[in-house]
Design a protein around this ligand. Sequence first.
Ligand SMILES: [Zn+2]
Ligand SMILES: [Zn+2]
Ligand SMILES: [Zn+2]
Length: 279
Amino acid sequence: MKIHYLGTGAAEGIPAIFCNCSYCKSVRLRGGRAVRSRAQVIIDGDLSIDFSPDCFLHGTMPGVDLSAIATLIVTHSHCDHFYAHDFVLRGYKYAREMTAPALHILGNDEVLAVYAESVRREMGDPVREHIALTGLSAFVPASSGDWTIHPLMARHTSKDPFVYLIEGRGKRILHLTDTGLLPEEDYDYLRALGGAPLDLVTFDCTFLYDETPHSARHMGIAENVAVEARLKDLSLIGAHTQRVITHFSHNSAPTEEKLERAAREHGFLAAYDGMILEI
Ligand SMILES: [Zn+2]
Ligand SMILES: [Zn+2]
Ligand SMILES: [Zn+2]
């Protein structure tokens, strides 16, 4: 199964959109993999986790067909994860010969509210009629195409954000952005569900090695290691489980040196924009 990481920066991206800190300035000079756009991961070509303001850019990358996304699961309504205005362009004269004309968007109530607000002015009926929406509740699995989607609670905003366990085509994937340490209810749910070890865990790593006091709404390496230990206790991490870190902030300056340290010390693979992982 192909996992395509397309956007691996935090909300402001790297270089941050309006920032002139020394790290952002260095990234503007260097370019390449140090540039990180906002969140999107495409799984097996047809399932997208999140849809950010940088999806136009992602659609210019080799091997990406945004029209092939038939299922979109949205973690939460923050604009770096859900930029719904672009859906007004999904069909009619704006998009021809789409690979998957029908799109199914799944998210919490706030996500559905943002969708309604964003498309209200400009979306025409020929586009609207090909997009279906499903509101999710925590710990109530939903299905879309070949996928079973388990919404778990995130520790992030007061608006019921989710992280997801995704099962389908013989694989199990745990996607943990945006969140701090997971609530106990998540571990209870995973314990009750049981099943084979995960094939992939993707961690929110906004703070990386930042040791200064930080919010509990995101994670860094220390929190990633703590969550990994809890998942190991549940036998959900095995020898084959790939562990990826993403959602990096300019404030924690994700240099190659720090990312190599995360790989060396913990076996964490740092995502970059355009990275393809086979699981
Ligand atoms: Zn975010
Ligand atoms: Zn900066
Ligand atoms: Zn967020």
